[in-house]
Design a protein around this ligand. Structure first.
Ligand SMILES: [Zn+2]
Length: 411
């Protein structure tokens, strides 16, 4: 049978599951009959009811129904993956998979895990389950968002923090839609190096056209088939080798391309955050904040810094929930450190006589002043000093708030 493969037939075999594809319905039927004959000769016991055949178009499906109604199915299920031959909603098995992933995410809440272990557990037990089997069809966006919210809740970073900022700081590999895009890119890259490589198509439901749409939505422009450039203004914001995706040859490592996809995704999250109507000067902010340096700092410092950088600090210190004094008009709460002024954000971090900042003044960059993010340029010492100061401040305040007295050390 294996030797009989011609170039119009693509074979797959996994354990005792066999599948093949062919452009010709009669060829498919002939081949199934011959497989059955072969299995019988070999004494293999196979369940004939498990044979499933489907087709790409309605016309072919009608043909199939007329020739082999016992095998014809609108969609076939193979190793738990449902095919997509026409526009459809999620299949039951897809919805069940997402549901089970959500149950696993909820189960993670109750486990006593540290930050890193929790993120790793989420990736191996929740995302791997949710990300399986989406080939010609994507889960709904709100399913990706819901799964992500469960991670936030599990990390106790849910209230008040901006979702866009969390996507950046939790790590892009924790957001299902982008995980699916990077997997799809890697799969297409792999298949391009094989016989019967995928075509540069726009046909519905094929991996290539879904990938092309996803990359377009993300902000990549198609220059040639299999070659994309980041659109402006991002093109000018990243390093040379991070600007393109190239599948024309194996010249660009796939890992670099995936990194570039994630980089643009992070920029887009960051932009959605800074472009929020509440924030002015976003152009300037984009050019001054060092997201990569902030991410590095984020990865190696304490939970107190994360609380500041995610903007979730204020929710946990709810008694001092405003940024400016005006936000707290009528509030009675005093600064817990000096007990002589209203404890709004700016006072706590930069104005309090009992909490003198490095250099004695707040940073010029409003995002650094607010979140402790690192700025671009040659100011690593100052960046770290601000980060340390904000981390220490958050630790002092949260300790006072939760223990009602003595200040504890930073974790
Ligand atoms: Zn004070």
């Amino acid at each position: 049978m294996e030797r009989d493969v011609n170039e119009n037939v693509i074979y797959g075999c996994y354990m005792d599951d066999r599948n093949f594809w062919s452009p010709n319905a009669d060829q498919v039927i002939q081949r199934i009959l011959r497989w059955q004959l072969w299995s019988e000769k070999m004494g293999l016991r196979e369940n004939p009811l498990k044979t499933q055949v489907t087709s790409r178009t309605m016309h072919d499906y009608q043909l199939l129904l007329s020739k082999a109604p016992q095998w014809a199915k609108p969609e076939v299920k193979l190793l738990g993956v449902t095919t997509t031959t026409r526009s459809r909603v999620n299949s039951d098995s897809e919805n069940t998979r997402i549901f089970e992933a959500m149950q696993r995410a909820r189960a993670l809440f109750s486990l006593p895990l540290g930050w890193e272990q929790r993120v790793r557990a989420y990736q191996s037990f929740v995302l791997s389950k949710a990300a399986y089997g989406w080939v010609g069809h994507n889960p709904l966006l709100n399913q990706g968002n819901k799964l992500f919210s469960l991670l936030s809740t599990s990390l106790k970073q849910q209230r008040m923090g901006s979702r866009e900022i969390k996507k950046i700081f939790f790590g892009v590999p924790n957001f299902l839609p982008i995980v699916l895009t990077t997997r799809r890119y890697a799969r297409v890259a792999r298949n391009l190096r094989r016989p019967n490589s995928p075509k540069w198509l726009t046909a519905a439901f094929c991996s290539v056209s879904i990938l092309r749409k996803e990359l377009r939505d993300l902000g990549f422009t198609e220059i040639f088939p299999w070659y994309w450039k980041m659109s402006q203004p991002w093109y000018n914001l990243v390093k040379n080798d991070e600007r393109t995706l190239d599948l024309r040859t194996s010249h660009q490592p796939v890992d670099l391309a995936l990194h570039n996809i994630r980089t643009l995704f992070r920029w887009r999250c960051f932009e959605r955050f800074v472009n929020h109507p509440k924030r002015r000067d976003s152009e300037w902010l984009r050019e001054t904040v060092g997201i990569d340096a902030s991410l590095q700092a984020f990865a190696c410092v304490s939970g107190y810094y994360r609380a500041v950088a995610f903007a979730s600090f204020l929710s946990t210190a709810a008694r001092w929930s405003g940024h400016h004094e005006a936000d707290l008009v009528g509030a009675e709460d005093c600064c817990p450190l000096c007990a002589s002024a209203v404890g709004f954000h700016h006072h706590l971090f930069w104005d309090c006589p009992q909490n003198i900042p490095p250099n004695g003044r707040p940073p010029d960059n409003p995002l650094q002043e607010r979140f402790g993010w690192f700025t671009l340029g040659d100011n690593s010492i100052e960046n770290h000093a601000v980060c340390d100061h904000m981390t220490r401040t958050a630790s002092r305040i949260l300790t006072l708030r939760h223990d009602g007295g003595a200040e504890g050390s930073i974790d």
